[in-house]
Design a protein around this ligand. Structure first.
Ligand code: BGC
Length: 816
């Protein structure tokens, strides 16, 4: 503890300490001017700096300062190049320094459990190694400039529909091996200044008051020394939160929470040592971000150019019969409004307001490409437009090649709600199918944050997935289509044919209790074992060139496994290959396991005929499984296999690998669990309750719902008369922003604000009464929230009494 912090702790009153543990408003923490303790400014992340122009209230997201819109996390993960994440982090931090921001609320490390999660565009991968390595690099990049990161959303937050109220019931092994693993790596490797806990419960206890998660694991086991903060509005019982190790309550202004800390400290229910621990951590963060911070941005890479470079390195070529790269001689028909209104980022708290966007149309025009263009459909509307379709189809007669620009819209995927299926909207698919039926070469250029159904796949000549490529995505698209460089991204997620094929489809979003019945069988760990036919496997991606793998050698030294393999570019163009190392698990294992798991990867850039030796390393201990009775990793003896691969389904070269000096531990599982889990279960298995009962920190596995409570989601509250009135009032408030955006002249700014307005309108219904209160920065006080719930339950008198209680906000110490 620094001298400053020690002195502050000695001199702060309990009231001031409580103030330090609460934000002041949406984005600032409280200062204590008496002692010269400054405030901090925290804001989103992760795909650029989102700083609101002014504090507009509870959600405060529609009107943001200009900043660089980088490719989203799903995109950058497809580059399999952590250097991209590092440079992007550093460039965003430079913008933070210039804007007076201290902590960036990023990156999102949640695992993609289902392709339907609306926020998948903001997460890296279904695999914890890819998420952990990419996330670590990002955090190191940001923090290299003295800006703190808040890695989020800790933990097991894999859906949006129930994120505010849901309970993730996950067995201890799946938590350790899948859902916590990326957080563990980032905490240990990159030491983020802060961690943001998620909204949901884990095993019955809200993350914001889950001692097992925040103190035992995060601090006790992983050595995290920074601040834990809540997600915006994730507090339930604030005192329970501090006792569990949750330091900072965000956003601020919920004085009722501050008061509960003060009262509990005075009454001795919150020991002063515990309070001081949290205050020490927040004070240390303040000191780190203010007193010790660099004063100037260090190097300024041109952030826009960097965004473009990363987009080029991340795009995934998913099919090509030789139509790509395009030549300049063909008669080209371009169809799809996304050509001029490219979808380059997702909606929600990560939404950036870039100063400009370079669309594919801009980039084609700048290159002097000759093409005929028809909109075919309207990007912001899901309905078909027959006249637009007709024009496009008529023009197809004269074309050699048709480029179709399409993908998901903000109506389909966004923070705040999940997709119901993986389909693109009908106005795109019906036109695309008709264009394919003309018999011309059709190339689909896709803009989407997650996989989509491709029923027309066989009819396509080529498919280039740009994901959500950031503000310079159009330039990257044109460069790749015209072969100025070769695509080199690979999927960081498996791509099922339909969402029904995914590992958790039997119980995804069926209610607030999410039973992670598939345990460790997430993504390729599931598909490998079930042999499900996929559209594309994990790690898949093509290039304009080809690579040959040779000479694999494996050695072991001091617990580290080193694999060397020669990779040669055997085609005629330069390109890059993502080399993946999976380890096939010992088939004689005592416990159920995935067939193989990713243990290392590297991206290698090669000129034609060039060979490079690629070195892939990992710790032998990483082959351990989590033993749920010993509550620690156990490494098993046995015959493993090192598989060097171009994708999870394309193993190129293997080497045996035996472990014979490890410990032997008896299986923790009963026969029932072993028999249900030897292969991935297709629905909630009979032994699931037994599996989750092993988990440390488990409370209850329950699907019960109260009548109306503070935990009721707004769409449910609507069932009561008072609820309807309340929800309509909320909607009116929120629709104000949306309507304001609608009345703006057609512009980039309008599109950005519309995206945000729409996100809020959709998201609000999934909020609980409590989370709205907690996220409102004091504008929707707790006693009013409680009163509305009473009224909705028909308790008129109690409700009115609560609402009319003249609760005066508790002044901040500096205001007294
Ligand atoms: C999101 C966080 C975000 C925060 C502040 C929350 O609703 O879940 O990711 O950092 O808002 O905008």
């Amino acid at each position: 503890m620094s001298h400053n912090v020690e002195k502050w702790i000695d001199e702060l009153t309990i009231e001031e300490k409580a103030a330090l543990l609460e934000g002041r408003d949406s984005w600032n923490t409280n200062a204590v001017s008496r002692l010269g303790i400054p405030k901090l400014y925290l804001t989103d992340g992760p795909h650029g700096l989102r700083k609101v122009r002014e504090d507009q209230g509870g959600f405060a997201i529609t009107d943001n300062e200009h900043s660089t819109a980088f490719p989203t996390s799903a995109t950058i993960a497809s580059s399999w190049n952590p250097d991209n994440a590092y440079r992007m982090g550093a460039a965003i931090a430079d913008e933070c320094l210039a804007a007076g921001v201290n902590v960036l609320l990023a990156p999102g490390l949640n695992i993609k459990r289902s392709p339907l999660c609306g926020r998948n565009f903001e997460y890296y991968s279904e695999d914890p190694l890819v998420s952990g390595i990419t996330g670590s690099a990002f955090v190191r990049g940001v923090q290299s400039r003295g800006i703190g990161c808040s890695v989020k959303h800790y933990a097991a937050n894999s859906n949006e529909n129930f994120r505010f109220v849901g309970d993730s019931v996950v067995d201890e092994r799946a938590l350790r091996e899948i859902y916590l693993r990326a957080f563990e790596r980032v905490v240990k490797e990159a030491q983020p200044y802060t961690v943001m806990c998620s909204y949901n419960r884990i095993g019955g206890t809200f993350a914001s008051q889950n001692k097992w998660l925040l103190t035992d694991v995060l601090r006790g086991e992983w050595g995290f020394e920074g601040v834990v903060m809540t997600d915006w509005g994730a507090t339930c019982d604030r005192v329970a939160g501090v006792l569990a190790g949750c330091d900072l309550d965000m956003p601020g202004g919920v004085w009722h929470n501050r008061r509960s800390i003060i009262e509990a400290a005075h009454r001795g229910q919150l020991p002063i040592e515990t309070l001081n621990q949290s205050v020490k951590r927040v004070a240390t963060l303040i000191e780190r971000c203010t007193v010790q911070k660099p004063t100037e941005p260090v190097i300024c890479e041109d952030p826009a150019q960097l965004a473009c470079e990363i987009a080029k390195d991340s795009a995934v070529l998913l099919k090509n019969d030789g139509t790509l790269p395009l030549s300049r001689n063909e008669k080209l028909l371009v169809v799809g409004e996304m050509f001029e209104k490219m979808r380059y980022q997702g909606a929600g708290s990560s939404l950036i307001n870039p100063p400009l966007v370079v669309t594919p149309k801009d980039a084609f025009d700048q290159r002097g490409v000759s093409y005929t263009y028809h909109k075919g459909y309207r990007a912001f509307y899901p309905e078909r437009d027959i006249a637009l379709e007709r024009h496009a189809l008529d023009a197809a007669v004269h074309a050699d090649t048709i480029l179709f620009f399409g993908g998901l819209t903000d109506f389909d995927e966004s923070e705040g709600f999940d997709r119901e299926h993986m389909r693109m909207s009908d106005n795109q698919t019906s036109l695309l199918e008709s264009l394919i039926a003309t018999g011309k070469n059709v190339v689909l250029v896709l803009f989407a944050g997650a996989p989509v159904e491709l029923p027309f796949f066989d009819g396509l000549s080529a498919l280039l997935d740009m994901y959500l490529p950031g503000m310079y995505g159009g330039e990257a698209t044109a460069a790749l289509l015209y072969g100025e460089l070769s695509p080199s991204g690979k999927l960081a997620e498996s791509w099922p044919l339909t969402s029904g094929d995914s590992s958790c489809s039997a119980d995804y979003n069926h209610g607030p209790v999410a039973e992670y019945y598939e345990s460790i069988y997430v993504g390729y760990r599931y598909y490998d074992k079930t042999g499900t036919k996929l559209r594309f496997p994990f790690g898949y991606g093509l290039s304009y060139t080809k690579f040959h793998y040779d000479n694999l050698s494996v050695s072991e030294q001091d617990g580290e496994i080193v694999a060397n393999v020669d990779v040669t570019n055997i085609g005629e163009r330069s390109g890059a290959e993502v080399v993946q190392l999976y380890v096939r698990n010992n088939i004689t294992s005592e416990v159920f396991k995935a067939d193989k798991e990713l243990r290392a990867f590297a991206k290698v850039y090669l000129q034609p005929d060039e060979t490079k030796t690629v070195t892939l390393t990992f710790l032998r201990s990483e082959l351990s499984y989590w033993h749920v009775k010993l509550h620690r990793p156990v490494l098993e003896n046995g015959d493993y296999e090192i598989c060097v691969a171009a994708s999870a389904a394309d193993i190129r070269i293997t080497a045996p690998f035996t472990i014979s000096d490890a410990e032997e531990a008896a299986s923790p599982y009963s026969d029932a669990v072993m028999s249900d889990y030897k292969s991935p279960p297709q629905s909630i298995s009979a032994s699931f309750a037994e599996l989750v009962s092993n988990r440390a920190g488990t409370d209850t596995v329950t699907k019960k719902r109260a009548p109306y409570s503070l935990e009721t989601q707004l769409h449910e509250l609507r069932r009561s008369f008072i609820g309807r009135l309340f929800v309509s009032a909320m909607m009116m408030l929120i629709q104000k922003d949306y309507k304001k955006a609608l009345s703006m002249p057609d512009s980039l700014e309008r599109d950005t604000q519309l995206k945000n307005g729409y996100f809020l309108v959709r998201m609000i219904q999934y909020n609980s009464v409590r989370s709205i209160c907690m996220a409102s920065s004091g504008r929707f006080p707790y006693h009013i929230a409680a009163g509305i719930v009473e009224l909705a339950n028909g308790h008129l008198w109690r409700g009115l009494k609560a609402i009319c209680r003249r609760e005066k906000p508790l002044p901040l110490p500096s205001e007294q």
